[in-house]
Every structure is written in C-alpha cells, then in structure tokens.
Ligand binder design. Sequence first.
Ligand code: ARG
Ligand code: ZN
Length: 883
Amino acid sequence: TVIRREDYTAPDYAIDSLALAFDLEPGATRVKSRLAVAPAHEQGSAADVRPLKLDGEALKLVSIALDGQPLAEGRDYRVDDSGLTVTAPPQGSFTLEIETEIDPKGNSELSGLYLSNGIFCTQCEAEGFRRITYFPDRPDVLTRYHVTIRGPKDSCPVLLSNGNLAETGELSDGRHYAVWDDPFPKPSYLFALVAGDLACHEEGFTTHSGREVALRIYVEHGKESRTGWAMDSLKRAMRWDETRFGLEYDLDLFNIVAVSDFNMGAMENKSLNVFNDKYILADPDTATDGDYAGIESVVAHEYFHNWTGNRVTCRDWFQLSLKEGLTVFRDQEFSSDVRSRPVERIQTVRALRARQFPEDAGPLAHPVRPDSYIEINNFYTPTVYEKGAEVIRMLHSLLGEDGFQKGMRLYIERHDGQAATCDDFVAAMADANDVDLEQFKRWYSQAGTPEVEVTGAYDGDSGTYEMTVRQTCPPTPGQPEKQPLQIPFAVGLLDAQGQDIPLALEGEDSGATSATKVLELRESEQRFRFPGVPEPRALSYNRGFSAPVNLKSEQSAEELAFLMAQDSDPFARWEAGQRYALRLLLQAVETLQAGGVPEFDTAFIDAFREILRDPQLDKAFAAEALTLPGESYIGEQMQPLDVDAIHRAREALRRRLAETLTDDLQEVYTVNTVTEAYSPEGEQAAQRALRNTALSYLSALAPEEGAALERLVDHYHAADNMTDRMAPLRLLADIGGEAAEATLQDFHDRYRDNDLVMDKWLALQAVSARPDTLERVKALEEHPVFSLSRPNKVRALIGTFVQANPLRYHAADGSGYRFHADRVLTLDGINSQIAARLLTPLGRWARMGEERQRLMKAELERILSAPDLSRDVYEIASKSLEG
Ligand code: ARG
Ligand code: ZN
C-alpha cells in the first residue's frame, strides 16, 4: 500500500505515559507495557469514541487488559499482520496493559530489539518500535517513558535506556534490573535499550550554564582504547553547538554505545545514541584520516539531533528532512568550522554529485519532502539528507548567519516539545526575518536537479556587463512540469590580472560593491546589469556552490584554465579544474570510441603543474584540485554510458599527467613526508592527502615496471598509520600481480582479527579494476570474515562492487547484474532494508546502451517475480523498472 502525505490525520489518542518492562532472553524476551491512554478529541457521547489502533509486527501477543480487565479477541480487539485494534474502547481515559514476546536472536532485520555480537540493542527509527510492542508507532505521538530492564548479570552487566537511571537492584537466579526514566516526552522511534557486557570510557563535560554532564562511550571489551577520538569529537561538538547555535545539552548523562551490526551509520535515541562501531572506533594503526573525519562528523550529527530531531521532532515521516537536512547542515558547518571550510565544501559537493544528482536524475527521484512512499526506510536517501542540507544552506545564504540564527531561535521557541513540519521550519525563518519564502518552498516539493545557464555580454561604451540567467528543471517521475525556483546564485567577474571586479547591480548603491554578488533568481529568465565595470576576463559562477544546480554554460578552455589558476573563490577554482578535466575526458572518450589515441591540452597540464608548484596553496585543497572527476561522475555526463572508454580515458589522462609532470610529482611526494608522530588533524592529514595523490599519479607512470611497484610496496611497509597503508594497497589492488597479492596477504595477516580493517580489505578488492574482480568477490564471500547477515560486510564487499566499480559491474555479459540480483534476493530474506539499499544501481539502466539495458531490466523483472518479496525491495525494484 502507498502512504500519501496528503492523507495525514492527527492521532485519535494521546499516550500520557508509557511504562515498559523487559525480561531479556535471547530467544524469547518478554515485554510488558502499560499505556495511559487519553482521547485526543472531544467525546460528547459514546458515539464519538473511535477504535484504538496500535501498530505491531512480528510480535507474539501474550496478554492484553484494559483497566485491569482481560480483553477477548474478536469481541474486544482484533489482530492482523500490521497491528492490533481495540475496537470499542471506553469513553474517556483508560489504561491498557499488553504483554508480548519477541525473539531478539532471530531478528536478522536488525530493526526492533536484536542481538549484535551478543549485545542486546535496539533500532527503532523509523518503524522498529512496533517490533517490540503494540503501540501507536508514529512520530507525532510523544510520551514519557519509564523503563525497567531485567537481565542476567553475567552476560548483561550493563543495562541502559533513555534518560536518567532511577534505580538498580538484584533479582534471584543471577539476574538484576535497572529502571530508567526519561523526563522528555518523545516519539517511539527515539526509544532505545542496550544490554550486554560492555566496556566504558567515561569523561565529563560542563555546559555553558554550568550543568555537569557525564559522557560515556560503551564498546565491546578490548576496544576501549579506540574511543578517544570519538570522545574528543563529542566534546567539541557540544561546545560548538553552544557557541554557534546557542544550544545546550539538557540531561546529566549522555551515552553512546558502539555495536558491530547496524543497518545505518548511527542513531540519535534520546541520551542513548547507538552507533555502527565504524563511526566510533579509531586509532592510527587501523583508521584512516577519512575515518577520523567521518567519526567526528557522525558523532556531531547524532549529538546535534538532540535539538533538531528530538526536542523538536517530525510530525510524520514525510517531514524527515526537517530533522535530517537541518542536522546534516549543522554537522557540515561544524566540520567547516573545525577544519578547512573550502575543502569541506569541495568534498560535500563531490559526494552530492556522486550520489544525489544521479538519484535526482533517475527513476527513484523524489522531492526533499516526498509525497508518497511504500516503505519509509527507502527514503533515508541522499535527497532527503544531502539535498535537504543544501536547501537549508540556501536559506542560510539568503538570510545570512544572523537572520538564520534568528529563524532557528523562533523555530525552537515555537516548536520545542512538538512534532513539526518542513512548512513550520520555513515559516519560522520567514517570520523571524520578515521575508516571503513561499516560492522558496518549491525546493521541498519539486524533485530534479535544476539547470542554470548563464550568458553575458559586455558593452564597452557604457562599461556595463549584462548577464542573462535561465533556469529549467528536467521532468521527474510524477512531475512532468516544473515551476521556477528561488535560487541564490553567487557570481564574480575577474579582470585580466585575475582580480575580482567590485560589483554592484544597476540601481544599487555603488558604494556597496562586493567581489561576489549573490543574485536572487526567481524567474525562468532574468537579466542582471553591472554598470561601471571594466571588461571582465572571466566569469566565475555558482561560487561556493551556492545552489545545488547543474551549470549548462559553455566556457572556453582558456577561461577555465584562467579560473583554475586565479579564482579567489576556492570552490570555484576547484570547480573550474573539474570542468576542464571533464571536458578533456569526454573528448578522449569520443576519440577512443572512434579508435583513436586521445590527446590532452597542454594548458590543462600546465595548470596542474602550477598547483603542484604553488607553495602557498593549502595542501588539502591541492590534493582535491589534483584529483580528476571520478568514473561515475564522468558517466553521468554521457548517454549511453561507455564504462570501458571512460576507464581508459581517465587512465590515459592520469598517465599523461604523470609522464609530463614526473619531476614535480616526485618532489611533492618527497617533501610531504610526515616525520612527526601521527595526528589525525588538519595539517598532517593534508600532507598525507597530497603525498598520496602524488603517489597515485606516479603509479600510473608504468605500473608494470619494477620501480613503480617497488615504491608502492615500500610506501606500504614504511607506513605507521592506516592512511599511508591503504593508499598504496588500493593502487596495488588495481595493478595486480605478485607484489599486489603478497601485500594484500600481508595486510590480511596483520589485521585478520580487526573486523573494521577487514572491511577495508574486502572493499579494496571489490573496487579493483582487474578483470577477474567479480570472481574474486565471489571467492571472498567464502572467507570466514564475510557474512550476509552483517551489514558492514555486505556493504564492504557487495555494495562496493555494485556501487563503486562501474567498470566491472557493467561487464558486457551481464555477469555483474546477475550476481547482483542473486544477492539482493538472498538478502531480502535476511535483512530487507539492506537488500533494498543494495538494489539501487540496477535502476540506472536507462543510461546504458541497448544490450545492457535489456540485461538489467531482465534482472529487475526476475527480482519482481520472486515470491515473498519485502515491501522494501518491491518498491525499489518496481519503481526502477518503470524508469
Ligand atoms: N536518524 C538516523 C541518522 O541520521 C538514521 C536512522 C535511520 N534508520 C533507518 N533504519 N532508516 O542520523
Ligand atoms: Zn540524522
């Protein structure tokens, strides 16, 4: 069944409080719940009394009583696959007591209460609470939780839930109990329970107003030495939220638990965040600089949810971006404030283009606030998260930091303790700043990546530059026509020396010029005039990526090379290099397809040399600027997509750069050796990134030759940290041969007991460009570390192959597709959320040539004709096939 946003109705009943008691047993856990139920509507007479509908799934009902009286099935209530309905409750308030039995051990969906490596834990967002007990499992039903946990002392010395610990005590038979009280009303998706034998790293934090908060990070024994960075990140995030947003923590305890089997990255349960341990555990030997950055940002993200998500939650799941888009924006701002802002922006845009733009251009395109869904878990998407964050960022650009913070204060003042909507958020921004944001709201309702085209003309007589800007948005499923959007579009003009020309629009005070002008687009075509300017040498637009759009404008190679060398806006400077590279790569693809040998502009290579030689340049920025667009992104620009030609073209350009710039690359490689002890922070990480980028080019030189191989192997063995070990190994895995095999084996033997590092080992083999990669992936499925029921393993091996290795996934004989569909079908019987997520690459068929289209569609049809398909996989497969 399709759930529609327009069908929303407020709940019939409020739950005034909820008492839960768990008797933990791996195969048969008993859950007793006591709900204080009150009608949410005026009940003039018995005729106004409505049935009470409770959600429930995979539950065994043990007993149910209303105001102490047992209810009879058929007479008083009915049960089906999706829940329990008390057909004729009494008028007024009443108490409902329900006992259910659940099977955490057999819960391979990892939704509800399950076991991860012997630890009881929960995942309730979005609809997992209904797999624990019968309850109105919807985010607009908020209540106070009072939770008793009883369990064995030996295997579960630690018993945790949300809020404050009220009581602990001993029971008979080696069992004990703990009682937790959460003073903040919350929806069921924020409930959490953890029980197990866990180690704890505790520190303290004093909030701005003087509250002493205990911070505890729980992990499996033996892993506590790897929690330092997460703890440090948490403290910095807490301080940052106070200073930048004026938001303070609101309880005396903040717990994080890291588990190894988890469907997503992490979960913001009130005062008891549960994490995939990949986003907690780090030390120099086992985590890369990228892993450290990821931990910092996910720890912050989940913490920030305490206000944007928990204190103010979502009315219904269509509003998911209300909390996710906003919280991603907040975690991006945190990273930008503590790291390099330009580099963060570049990486965000790279990821947006790699994941969100394709989604927005494909069969699964949906608005930031979707209009309908079959399975809500399918909507935890790059569009809701990352495009949602871009929408918030545009509001920030339009209102400025002060205006935005004014809007935030009003939003929280109005909605604290409530379940709100995206419209509520925009209304707070509009009201606090006295502006009209009606047109802006289209960003929430229209899917698709807008296209913006700019043309310019300089009138020498009047000294006026005139810019014509057009916007369009391609059709997406269910939305054939689009309306113009309000777009903040940042532009600059550069003079012949590369200096910014001060700009003021016609009619604006000419004293109020600025180097970057944010144009406010509202119509499908608009003209902007800048009087009193010299003739510009180059035009710089969408500076800072001020709007998530595709630029259609043609710029000459000379203009791009100039911007690449001169633009004062670091993002635009990087972008010019990417566009220039993209152009060369697409030309090279055509040449290769025609049987020719590609050639590359020397101007581009010269620009690369300038970057390599510029001592002033931030090294992390240089590493980004020296990285060519990825194969998937190149593929997005062509139809039909030719994976082989793309791979060969990119390799040819890499080799050409390496051949021409060998000495410079070698110099960069040598001088950027880090000699101090490892630190994950800025300066050092930037040096490693630049050095490893140089290494990558040097390995393209003559990979089969001894010297190049030797450098890679030496780099690997000399490494004293995971970043430097992974970089050469990744390159070796692409080259293959004896040296590669021996090094992969060494890596395996070194880290065989570390689950997270073994995920890296799986992934770098799955992404390899070697022709036998699929065979290798299949062989690795037999390795003891691999298991289809462990999401991190599935993502590392199968996910990497189908999502990050277009060259081998799109094998002409369809073997990649067949393998893919087979695994999706098997997984669907184990964990349908993971199966559905894994499936999306098959939906890209429309971009491929005819034969591959046929093969991909056949696999989608095969999936759809399988019996007992989950809602999750059915929704993705059927929408993917519609195209
Ligand atoms: N709210 C969590 C996070 O961002 C994601 C949990 C989603 N879980 C799911 N099963 N869909 O930050
Ligand atoms: Zn989130």
